[in-house]
Design a protein around this ligand. Structure first.
Ligand code: NAD
Length: 427
């Protein structure tokens, strides 16, 4: 939490110097509106009881009702929920929508659990959390360890307890008769964002070597969209190691990767049918020669040696998929080496956009197609990109400055929130 606040404050220096009223607003913003910790008891398939801890941090509702992910991961803590909520509040404030931000989840590990155990856990989690949710208050979305299946179970229990269908969460497709790109949106949006940056440099994604970390919802959809743009994605990873395919993944190979992940097998199995590929145990992909890096696994996944490796591998552009993927020391290295960083607040906001579109009346009435969603998503990513750059230039960061998007995004998001907070008085 401290690190992400330091980064934001660093960006805000020119704003805070100009108007000291903003310092008091920042102080207020840094305190979450509400932080909930709760017990989540559940029974496994053998009848044994377990207890996990649930979290939801509703950081700010200054701009609208909260939206933000739920993360199920054994290392989940209140501090991570706070950092996710804070980042989400800024991400949503930078988006074209009027939304507050929240983060949360549980230290429950979905790995190795049966379908029935996951359902029982989700139901118990919602037994408590539903008291704090609602269309006007807070609606959760997917994050690490939580996908459409978990969102379906969570929504089912929420509906059962509250007795109404309104405020359907983003993620489950059970009430959805059209086609939604919700699960794909963050990954696709990330690639669209990279394309916008490259277009500014008169370059395109075609032919560029891309390294991607993670092998989950985000990473897989980044691979898929990179392929359709003619780029060459060469790596994916999980907590045990990474896979390198110098020939690049294609659609058939991606389908094999999906099967491997669904069956909870090792990425190493990929090499059996693709002998030219290599699997590296206990290693990260950042030293592989590349043009662009897409970290899509977890926070702090790039430390100082990784950042040095990235710079030495030729990487000139880093598109943040995971929230806060770089440690402070890594950020310093990237800054000094003038690697252009697209912050997650802007680049991975695709899920926010499609989540809002899913809930909109227009969309329900018209039954949009995947192409409609994709066009809207591209438009939203463009708006976010342009808004960040415009604010950056107002505060003296030219668009060829590698830090322009980071500072512009932070300043723009903060000012949107600050103006709403000033208007609403000291609440
Ligand atoms: N899904 C979304 O809508 C969304 C939106 C914004 C940001 N994010 C961020 O993107 C990241 C990935 O989310 P996701 O939805 O793909 O989650 P997911 O649970 O679908 O997948 C996560 C993947 O990361 C891998 N992983 C976990 N820890 C790792 C580590 N230490 N090193 C390498 N790999 C590791 C896992 O094996 C898994 O393949 C998270 O940081 C999340 O906060 C996701």
């Amino acid at each position: 939490m401290l690190k992400c606040v330091q980064e934001v404050v660093h960006s805000l220096e020119p704003v805070l110097v100009k108007n000291t009223q903003y310092i008091h607003i920042l102080e207020r913003l840094l305190e979450p509106e509400r932080a909930i910790i709760f017990r989540v008891p559940w029974v496994d398939d053998r009848g044994e009881t377990h207890v996990n801890r649930g979290f939801r941090v509703q950081f700010s509702q200054a701009l609208g009702p909260c939206r933000g992910g739920l993360r199920f991961h054994p290392l989940m803590t209140l501090s991570i929920a706070k950092f996710l909520g804070f980042e989400q509040a800024l991400k949503n404030a930078l988006s074209p929508y009027k939304l507050g931000g929240a983060g949360g989840g549980s230290d429950f590990d979905p790995k190795g659990k049966s379908e029935a155990e996951i359902m029982r856990f989700c139901q118990s989690f919602m037994d408590e959390l539903h008291k704090y949710l609602g269309p006007d208050q807070d609606l959760p979305a997917e994050d690490l360890g939580v996908g459409p299946r978990e969102m379906g179970y969570l929504f089912g229990q929420y509906k059962r307890l509250t007795g109404h269908f309104q405020g359907s969460f983003t993620g489950p497709k059970i009430f959805w008769s059209g086609y939604s790109l919700r699960t794909e949106a963050t990954g696709y949006g990330l690639v669209f964002f990279a394309r916008l940056i490259l277009a500014e440099m008169n370059k395109e994604l075609k032919g560029l070597r891309c390294i991607v970390s993670g092998a989950g919802k985000l990473a897989m959809h980044v691979l898929e969209k990179l392929l359709s743009c003619g780029a060459i994605p060469i790596t994916i990873s999980d907590s045990k190691g990474y896979l390198l395919d110098e020939d690049g993944f294609d659609y058939v190979k991606i389908s094999l990767l999906r099967d491997i992940k669904v069956q909870q097998r090792s990425l190493r199995d990929y090499v059996k049918s693709n002998p030219r590929a290599k699997y590296f145990e206990d290693a990260k992909p950042w030293s592989e020669q590349c043009d662009i890096a897409f970290p899509c696994a977890s926070q702090n996944e790039i430390d100082q040696p990784d950042a040095i490796a990235l710079v030495n591998s030729g990487c000139r552009l880093l598109i943040e998929g995971s929230n806060m993927p770089c440690t402070s020391q890594a950020i310093d290295i990237l800054r000094k080496s003038k690697v252009l960083v697209a912050p997650a607040k802007a680049a991975s906001a695709g899920g926010v956009a499609v989540g809002e579109l899913e809930l909109s009346n227009e969309c329900n009435l018209m039954q949009w197609s995947a192409e409609d969603f994709e066009a809207k998503l591209q438009d939203m990513m463009k708006q976010t990109y342009e808004r960040s750059l415009k604010t950056a230039s107002e505060y003296g960061y030219l668009k060829d400055n590698p830090e322009a998007l980071v500072h512009g995004g932070n300043i723009c998001a903060f000012l949107n929130l600050a103006h709403a907070m000033i208007d609403q008085g000291c609440v």
